[in-house]
Every structure is written in C-alpha cells, then in structure tokens.
Design a protein around this ligand. Structure first.
Ligand SMILES: Cc1ncc(COP(=O)(O)O)c(C=O)c1O
Length: 394
C-alpha cells in the first residue's frame, strides 16, 4: 500500500503515471543510509564518481550539473545561464509542458516566438528551419524543444531539429527538455549538438522527485559568460568550480545522490541500448492494447510515438478523469490525467523507469477492467493483444 492512503487497499499500489515512477528497492535501500558530511573527504570521492558516471546517461563527455530541485528549476537554470533580457527564443508548443516553459521564458523577460502544434505530434522541424532561415539578423538566441512531451505522449526528433538548425546556418543554442525521456528513450547530448539538456530525477532515472540536471556544451559555457539574466542559485560557475573536486557550492541532496549513484549503476548494468529497447517494446505492446480496445492514441504520427508513455483518448461524452477515479478506487492504480486542453479527454499510461512486462500486463488489465466498470465503449482483448506481442506471437 502507498505511504499515505487513508482508505487502505490490499496489494501493491500501481503508480502508472508518467512520473514520478516506481523507485526500485535497490535505490530505496541506497537512500536509506546515514546522511554524511557533505564537506568531508569521502563526499568528494562520491560526488566525483557520480558526476563522472552520469555523463554516460546523457551520452556526453561534457559537464552535467546536478541541482537539488524539481525539473522546473533546471528549466530556469538553462535559460538564465545562457540568455539575456529581451533575447528572442524559438519555442515549440507541443503540449502542456512546452507551454509552461514558454510562460517561464516570458516571466524571465525573454521574447518567445512560438511554433504551434495540435498537441498530437512532436515539434514541427520544417517550421523551425523556416523561422531560422528567415532570421537573417540572428535575433533568435535559442531554440527550445521538449524531447518527450509528457502531456501528449509525442516525442520530438531532436536529431532532425539539429539538422534544421545546421541547414539554416543559424548560431542559436539548442536547449532540450528530456525530463520524461532521459534513461528511457535514446537521447544523445553530444551527437545531436545539444547545448543544454534539462532533466529530472523522477522518471527514467527511477529516483524520487528532488534532483534535476543541466548537461552543458562548451558553446553553452561560452554563452554563460556573456549572458546577463540575473542568476544566483542556478549559476553554473560556482557549481562547476566546486564540482571539480566532487563537491557542491551549497548543501546537496545527499541521500538522493546515494540513490542516483545506484540508479546510474543499474542503467549501466542493463546497458542503455537494452534500456531503450525495453521501453520501445513495452510501449508497442501498450499501443497494440489501445488499438484492440478500439480507442485512439493521442499521438497521430508513428515517428513521434513515445516509448515512455501513451496518452489514450476517450470517446466523446466520456470523462477520462471519471475513468481514472474508478480505476484508482477499484484497482488501486494511478494513471496520468489530461493536462490543459486535454483535461478529461485523455488518460496517460506511464510505462517507464523500473518497469517490465508483468507490470505492464497488470497495468493494462487494470485499464481494461476500468473501461468496463466505467461503461466506456470498447472492445475486449487489449490485454491479450499485448500478451501476444510480448510473447512473440503477434
Ligand atoms: C517534459 C516535462 N518538463 C517539465 C516538467 C516539470 O518538471 P517538475 O514537475 O519536476 O518541476 C515535467 C514534469 O512532469 C515534464 O514532464
């Protein structure tokens, strides 16, 4: 049962929102160790080890900054370290989280230009290329893209965004939010020429909420020297200076770092390629279940299907929040809600993090029962379709 559940239910709670995700026992055990002196010599050794090992997860040889903050803090850090008041930034409104990042940019006195989508696909790469080609004065200082839009289950093609920036010969920085993709979906900070990667602890990294990250390119570090947005807590410079010996300029989230050390080891033991393949396979099984139910997947472009979550649309006249409430009450499972314009229209199945085929079958079983209990029109057989695929019979 969950830690705080006033109406106890038997059996383990299924936390199938698209993050925070289920924390593996091994990570929980690591965090359940005495907090240590964050200015003592042992800490420097641990900090240096974690900071070095973390690079592989971002597929970078460069610096990764760790903040004791949620993902929103790392969004802010990416902007305030690289930009100046009044700078234009090109942002792609792929969904709820892209919209929140854009609102933050406005509050920080940046000037976002938007590229809209219908929230049913990833970023419009052709429109990004077009906007950059037209910007001959190079007023746009950064292109901001959410890699995996957690509100819609659409994954943008960052390799193609990079190619569009290069084809336009534009010097803008590329800032990418990987909060719900890092450690779940293939992501290459260096190979895709990303300048700042924003990430969070609570999804593919299998940790509780509370840590967030900026992976930083040399170009971003140079931009940070000229940037004039006010920054203090988020400033990379004192952080990187302290990190050089494995320390932090302020009190780090020590026990979350124990967990991070373990989670990064687990990803490396499984092998990142296998981690991505596992997520791809479970996502495909989920989509087969959804199609068998006769329901619609929110993402319309198969090239943009997300391997970390699937957003499922309900038929008109049926409320996804009522379905989720029914599933929570009857089956003790939490599913993700619809956000912004998708409120009540979709529910989201998280299939990321510490997650395997049996958890998926349980999750899909809970959804299929819930559809029936809530009287949502559907066909039976979604769970069977997933089993057929996972068992290799599809
Ligand atoms: C893609 C994306 N970006 C940003 C955020 C905001 O992160 P946080 O809630 O950790 O501040 C989230 C949270 O779910 C997210 O999924």
């Amino acid at each position: 049962m969950a830690y705080y559940q006033p109406h106890p239910a038997a059996g383990r709670h299924f936390l199938q929102i698209p993050g925070p995700t289920n924390v593996p026992d091994r990570v929980l055990r690591a965090m359940d160790n005495p907090t240590m002196d964050h200015r003592g010599p042992d800490f420097g050794e641990l900090g240096a080890k974690i900071l070095a090992n973390l690079r592989a997860v971002f597929q970078t040889a460069g610096h990764v900054v760790v903040y004791p903050a949620s993902g929103t803090g790392a969004w802010e850090a990416a902007l305030v370290n690289t930009l100046s008041p009044g700078d234009s930034v090109l942002m792609c409104r792929t969904g709820w989280f892209a919209s929140l990042w854009q609102e933050m940019a406005e509050r920080l006195q940046l000037k976002p230009r938007f590229i809209e989508t219908d929230w049913r696909r990833g970023a419009d790469v052709a429109a990004i290329g077009e906007a950059l080609s037209q910007d001959r004065a190079h007023a746009i200082k950064a292109v901001c893209v959410v890699h995996n839009e957690t509100s819609t289950g659409c994954t943008s093609r960052i390799d193609e965004v990079r190619a569009a920036i290069d084809a336009a010969g534009h010097p803008a920085l590329l800032l990418v939010d990987t909060i719900s993709s890092l450690g779940s979906i293939d992501y290459r900070h260096d190979a895709w020429g990303v300048d700042v990667t924003v990430a969070g602890s609570q999804k593919g990294l299998m940790l509780p909420p509370g840590l967030s990250f900026n992976a930083v390119s040399e170009k971003a570090l140079k931009a940070a020297e000229a940037a004039t947005l006010p920054r203090s807590y988020w400033d990379w410079r004192p952080m990187l200076a302290a990190n050089a010996t494995g320390f932090f300029p302020y009190t780090p989230a020590t026990n979350l770092l124990y967990g991070l050390d373990t989670a990064v080891s687990m990803l490396s033991e499984e092998g990142l390629t296998n981690v991505f393949a596992r997520h791809d396979r479970l996502a495909e099984a989920t989509r087969r279940a959804v199609r068998a139910w006769g329901l619609e997947i929110q993402c319309l472009d198969a090239r943009h299907y997300s391997s970390s979550l699937t957003a499922v649309r309900l038929p008109d006249g049926h409320d996804a929040d009522a379905l989720r409430a029914m599933i929570l009450e009857k089956s003790n499972m939490s599913l993700g809600n619809g956000l912004g314009i998708l409120k009540g229209r979709v529910f989201r199945i998280g299939h990321l993090g510490d997650f395997g085929p049996l958890q998926l079958i349980g999750t899909l079983g809970g959804v299929e029962m819930g559809l029936r209990q809530a009287g949502v029109p559907h066909k039976a057989g979604g769970v069977q379709a997933a089993i057929d695929y996972l068992a290799g019979n599809a």
